[in-house]
Design a protein around this ligand. Structure first.
Ligand code: NAD
Length: 455
């Protein structure tokens, strides 16, 4: 077995570079260093705040090196890579600014003085996917470090170069051992989770792997936060603005080539509005440019892996074989040799079509016509995911009542995938549990203990 990971440019299939696969002794050494560093790092919140702000500055200063590497290794367009680097720095700064009470007086108990303390946990294992490798890492290390923990990151193997580079930049600012990275595949992740000195696992990735992580963490009774897959529906009510919703959804559906946990992944549209919605949506797709992310004209890059391309293509082919119609797209969209699929709009599908029912994680957008919104909401409730959803209506009260009936971590009204790193973000049902962002995000990395003194 190779002791190296080989990163491939998904647009050209050329090798971008190599990273070592961490051995068990490497992981042991990094966790031990993180454990040692915890003793000092947990003490002084003001120092942590200043150093996290310095981390954000260091990233911003080196953005010109990071952005093209992120594009070459992940595939996303340069402008989106720039946005991700900015968001990564912003997330670290925002996390450092979160306020919480480290100690509060307990209830007045006769003859006792009780203090309730909120303390960091120790070494955190942060396991991160490939779709937003830097931002999703920052969503963990920002709050974990701000709360006083130390962190060992395990990135997805296919983005190890860019994550290692960013961790190296952050490490140049932070005290030794406070942050490190171990590169490798699932075996490296499993070994890290099982480590006795790891006190918390924060995982973002697929629901299938999330289940495994939860089982693995059970062996050591290590707490987990699970940010898992999604299959966000956009539900147009009968008074929705067709042009406005089509414009916003066509943008959100194809951002990052559809490889976004909270991308709108399907629309439910009243049957009388179906033709007008599909026409407007297909029209908006006309402005999208498929290509190599390094070309400044590109707005939609390749899918990140061949496996991902094959999976989405199979779902599309199966839907078409079952009677679905491709309204626009369906081809590669470029002659480049990489993993390309152009933005594709599909109709003539329903909830029994795998393209609608599964998380396809690619640039294909199925539209389902409906007669009765109660049936749509009932079906959603039975489905696996509960990450995000959107409701579209000119009547905000009507939209809010509908939103109230959807079990999801975020429900948007007349928008989809609007994010802010100070808001609590996470899922329900098969999309996981625990929150990232703001105070809720920091609280995932604290535990509550009591000091009870007999007077
Ligand atoms: P993945 O689950 O395949 O891998 C995620 C990470 O887990 C990688 O670092 C991988 O090496 C590691 N891993 C795999 N098996 C492991 C094991 N047994 N033990 C420990 N670590 C293991 O996910 P992916 O393909 O990289 O990312 C795409 C998925 O992530 C999609 O399902 C997407 O919806 C989800 N996602 C969710 C969110 C969210 O916030 N909810 C955000 C982004 C992506």
């Amino acid at each position: 077995m190779s002791a190296e990971l080989i990163s491939i440019d998904p647009a050209t299939l050329a090798e971008v570079g190599r990273t070592p696969i961490a051995s068990a002794p490497d992981v042991d050494a990094k966790v031990a260093a993180a454990h040692d560093a915890f003793a000092l790092w947990k003490r002084d919140r003001r120092t942590r705040r200043a150093l996290l702000a310095a981390c954000a500055d260091a990233l911003t200063a080196r953005a010109a090196e990071i952005i093209p590497l992120l594009t070459r290794e992940q595939g996303k367009p340069l402008s989106d890579a720039g946005t991700e680097v900015w968001l990564t720095a912003h997330c670290l700064t925002r996390a450092s600014e979160v306020e919480w009470a480290e100690e509060t007086a307990g209830p007045d108990l006769t003859g006792r003085r009780v203090t309730v303390q909120h303390r960091p946990l120790g070494v955190v294992a942060a396991i991160v996917p490939w779709n937003f490798p830097l931002f999703l890492m920052a969503a963990k290390i920002g709050p974990a470090l701000a709360a006083g923990n130390t962190v060992v990151v395990k990135p997805a193997e296919s983005v190890s170069l860019v994550v290692s580079k960013v961790v190296e930049i952050l490490r140049s600012v932070l005290p030794d051992g406070v942050l490190d990275v171990v590169t490798g595949g699932p075996d490296t992740g499993r070994y890290l989770i099982a480590h006795r000195k790891v006190r918390k696992v924060s995982f973002t990735g697929s629901t299938a792997v999330g289940r495994q992580i939860m089982r693995q963490a059970a062996d050591t009774v290590t707490p987990v936060t699970l940010e898992l897959g999604g299959n966000d529906p956009a539900i147009l009510l009968d008074d929705a603005d067709i042009d406005g919703s089509a414009t916003a959804l066509a943008h959100g559906a194809f951002f990052n080539a559809g490889q976004m946990c909270i991308a709108p992944k399907r629309a439910y549209v009243p049957e009388p509005m179906l033709d007008a919605f599909c026409d407007a949506f297909a029209d908006r797709m006309g402005s999208l440019v498929v290509g190599n992310g390094l070309d400044p004209a590109t707005t939609v890059g390749p899918l990140h892996t061949r496996t991902q391309l094959d999976f989405v293509t199979q779902l599309l082919d199966k839907a078409v074989a079952g009677g679905a119609t491709v309204v626009r797209g369906g081809g590669a969209g470029t002659d480049l040799p990489g993993h390309f699929l152009e933005p594709t709009l599909v109709r003539g599908v329903d909830d029994t079509t795998d393209l609608v029912a599964l998380e396809q994680f690619g640039p294909v957008f199925p539209v389902v016509g409906y007669r009765d919104v109660d049936t749509v909401l009932g079906t959603l409730d039975d489905q696996e995911f509960g990450l995000g959803a959107s409701v579209w209506s000119a009547n905000l009260d009507h939209a809010a009542r509908t939103a109230d009936r959807i079990d999801a971590g975020t429900v948007w009204i007349n928008q989809h995938n609007a994010l802010d790193v100070s808001l609590p973000f996470g899922g329900s049902k098969g999309s996981g549990f625990g929150r990232e962002g703001g105070l809720a995000g920091v609280e995932e990395f604290l535990h509550t203990r009591v000091v009870d003194v007999k007077l």
